[in-house]
Write a new protein. Structure first.
Length: 214
């Protein structure tokens, strides 16, 4: 006997439950990386069987969060302003937009490394790395950024800086952490501090959404 397909209201309800579970998981794992699936189910207000119906285990839940973060990164890269202008402006735009995604999924930095493995994290970050590398290479070629380091090494340094700040700093303790990160990235790439401040301010005036955090 063929099982009838679920009705549209049931499908919408299932999607709503899944989205709520993921949102709560981001919050709870951000507060405590060892939060269990049962604790997430309680916090989300769903039955254990509902959560396990969507995510049969911790790895499945984390993989869903990783896929969500990947899509958010792609959206930030595709929907952002054009990056073919002056390199310092392009880098500031990238850092601000990528920081917004990183801040929302900061819990994945440590949790995914431990539970999903470094290779999965590398795959997640790959689109952002390609975008930043292209801007850095253009900036070095035009003399905007220093050439003290090869572009891949410079990119790795900027990424390590952003990751360290995501892991160690609470955005609520800073008046403007995204702007500070964008300015620091520009300075690390060779832009004078005063000019970096002006660039970040101008980027934000032209695209205020790029400066948002979580």
């Amino acid at each position: 006997m063929t099982t009838p397909a679920p009705s549209a209201p049931l499908r919408r309800h299932a999607r709503s439950n899944r989205a709520r579970i993921l949102a709560v998981a981001r919050r709870e794992l951000g507060s405590s990386p060892d939060t269990t699936l049962d604790e997430i189910a309680i916090a989300a207000g769903v039955a254990r069987r509902t959560l396990y119906g969507h995510f049969p285990g911790r790895e499945a839940l984390l993989e869903a969060l990783a896929e969500e973060a990947e899509q958010a990164l792609r959206d930030a890269l595709e929907d952002g302003p054009a990056l073919d202008g002056r390199p310092e402006y392009a880098l500031a735009q990238l850092v601000l937009r990528l920081w917004g995604v990183g801040d929302r999924y900061r819990m994945l930095i440590s949790v995914a490394r431990r539970d999903l493995g470094l290779e999965r994290v590398e795959k997640l970050l790959e689109p952002a790395r390609h975008a930043v590398t292209a801007v850095l290479a253009r900036g070095q070629g035009e003399g905007t950024f220093h050439r003290l380091l090869p572009v891949d090494a410079l990119n790795a340094g900027l990424e390590a800086l952003s990751m360290a700040l995501l892991e160690r700093l609470d955005p609520e303790e800073f008046q403007d952490l995204p702007g500070a990160v964008a300015m620091q990235s520009l300075v690390a790439a060779g832009v004078p501090a005063l000019a970096a401040q002006e660039v970040v301010g101008e980027v934000r005036r032209e695209a205020p959404g790029a400066s948002s955090g979580a």
